[in-house]
Structures are given as structure tokens and as C-alpha cells.
Write a protein that binds this ligand. Structure first.
Ligand SMILES: [Zn+2]
Length: 309
């Protein structure tokens, strides 16, 4: 299977000839109609609320904002509100937000991004900075910005399949370990509280940290091992659109992220993530580190996957 997939992806490289024309397109004019500049503006709106740390007024406002944006774009919005007790006994109010397009279709695609931001900056240079929350321009807001702009595109051109956009909460709260403690909280909750009995999307994609100015997305290896057909589909679509230089055919290692709880309940979800990002988990994860151009490329792929059959 590994060899077969690699071969398919190599064959897919033939479409790299299209890269020249893609590079000449402006970020606001992707072939699918997805707007990278809108995605950037929406990401900035999230960052402007302040760090979206669960239980804070900023998180309350930012979550309310997402719900308002998606109610204006999607056919149905479901909010999963729950209280999570952390390992040290703290009660966190959390919300997963699920925005559904064409909810009556049984053939569906699930997209996931987390909307919370991290309470501490353990990778910062100084002890004082380590105690600060992460602004989360890339780690949180980039995915939210992409989803809201995707909402614009899907409102204009309804998808060919049903689409569920899941904004998870509490992804980045605690320790990734091992062992993992108080992380992937919203995604675990969703995996245990699916929106309908027998809910079984054909595949899913987690979009995380997709706004880096210097965007480069290798394979995430849990995804490559457990859902190779989804990896192949997404990387092939990116190559077809001329983004083979961004969606590179290299190993990016095994990453613990919101796709794992879904893989564990049999839903083939892959992680599209650029973890090579120097401001990761520092107070320097700010809007100047991400770009409309990067968001446009990823948003173009996300839109093409669900609007073309
Ligand atoms: Zn993070």
C-alpha cells in the first residue's frame, strides 16, 4: 500500500507544470473562488479578541463570533456545550461548533479545525514569556479564518457533497505528553457524541496551522499509515491546483492532534499541518507570521475537494 500510494503521488507530480499559472494568480482569485484575503481578515478578527483560552471572556466572545458567522453562511449550526473537568479539578466551559452544509446528504466530508488557543507559551525564550498565553494567529485562528471564508465560498456554490465544518475547543489546553493530559478535549467529546446515529463521513481532514507565510506541508504519518487514500486524494488535489511545492511528498513525522480521536472511532481523518513554524507555542505566534497567500492555497484545496466530484 505504501508503494502504491507513493507511485500514485509520483504520477500526480506530472501536473506540476501548472504551477507557473497558479503562482501568477492573485491570492484573492483562486480557481475555486476561495478568498485568502477574507480568510486572513477573519483570522485577524479571532486574534483581536485576545487569546481564546477556555473559560476566559475572550473565548466566550470569539466562540459567539464563530457561531454568528456560521449561522449567516451554513444551513445548520449545532453547538455542543459541555463542562470538562481537568486533571487538577478545574471546570472548563467548552464549546464545539458544527456548521453543516447540505445536512440531508448522506455522502459527507468532515473538516476539523481547533478554535481555542494555548494558555501557556512553553517554547518561549524567557521564563516570563513562558507563562503567557499564545496569541494563536497560526495555531487556532488560521483554521478558523479558512473555515469562515470557506463558508463564503460554499454559500455561493453549494458543495457536491454534504460538508460539516467542526470547530473544536480545548485542543491545546494541557500537555501532549506522553501521556496526553487535557488536550484534544473537544475532538474526543465529538467522537463520543456524533451529530447523528450512524454518522459516517466518507473522509475527514483536520486543518491545523495552515497560515504560515513559509508554508510547507509534509505528510503527517499517523494519517499516512491509517488513511492513505485520504492523504492521496488531498495531495493529488493540491498537485492538480499547482500547489505541489506546498503539499510536499515527505514525511513530517507522527503528530498527536484532533484527528486521532476520530481515527480511533473508525472515521478516516487526516491531519494537514505545517509544524515547522518557529513561533509555535510562543507569544510571537502573531498575524505578521501568517499570510493571505498561504491561506488561499490551503483554502483552494479545501474548496476544490468538496465542490468538484
Ligand atoms: Zn498548539
Amino acid at each position: 500500500m505504501l508503494f502504491f500510494l507513493t507511485l500514485c503521488l509520483i504520477v500526480g507530480c506530472k501536473s506540476d507544470a501548472k504551477e507557473g499559472s497558479a503562482a501568477q494568480r492573485s491570492p484573492a482569485a483562486t480557481s475555486t473562488g476561495f478568498s485568502g484575503s477574507s480568510a486572513y481578515t477573519y483570522a485577524k478578527a479571532q486574534v483581536d479578541f485576545g487569546p481564546r483560552v477556555p473559560g476566559t471572556p475572550a473565548a466566550q466572545k470569539a466562540g459567539d463570533w464563530i457561531i454568528r458567522q456560521m449561522r449567516a453562511r451554513a444551513d445548520t449550526v449545532i453547538v455542543q456545550s459541555f463542562t470538562y473537568t481537568t486533571a487538577d479539578g478545574k471546570k472548563l466551559p467548552l464549546r464545539n461548533i458544527l456548521a453543516r452544509f447540505r445536512p440531508n446528504l448522506s455522502e459527507r466530508v468532515l473538516y476539523i479545525t481547533h478554535w481555542d488557543s494555548r494558555p501557556i507559551s512553553e517554547s518561549a525564550a524567557t521564563e516570563a514569556e513562558k507563562k503567557m498565553p499564545v496569541p494563536g494567529a497560526n495555531d487556532g485562528a488560521s483554521g478558523v479564518g479558512m473555515f469562515v471564508a470557506l463558508g463564503d465560498a460554499l454559500k455561493k456554490t453549494p458543495p457536491a457533497v454534504g460538508v460539516d465544518l467542526l470547530f473544536t475547543d480545548g485542543e491545546d489546553y494541557g500537555e501532549f505528553g506522553p501521556p496526553e493530559v487535557d488536550v484534544l478535549i473537544g475532538s474526543r467529546y465529538f467522537a463520543n457524541h456524533l451529530p447523528a446515529p450512524g454518522y459516517k463521513p466518507i473522509y475527514g481532514v483536520l486543518w491545523d496551522m495552515i497560515g504560515d507565510k513559509d508554508l510547507r506541508i509534509p505528510y503527517e504519518m499517523n494519517s499516512f499509515q491509517q488513511a492513505p487514500e485520504v492523504v492521496s486524494r488531498v495531495w493529488q488535489t493540491a498537485a492538480d491546483l499547482g500547489y505541489g511545492d506546498v503539499f510536499v511528498q515527505e514525511s513530517g513525522g507522527l503528530i498527536t492532534d484532533d484527528h486521532i480521536p476520530l481515527l480511533n472511532v473508525g472515521i478516516p481523518v487526516i491531519d494537514v499541518i505545517d509544524l515547522t513554524y518557529p513561533p509555535h507555542h510562543t507569544p510571537q505566534d502573531t498575524m505578521d507570521k501568517i499570510s493571505a497567500q498561504s491561506l488561499a492555497k490551503v483554502g483552494d484545496v479545501a474548496t476544490a475537494l468538496v465542490t468538484r466530484k
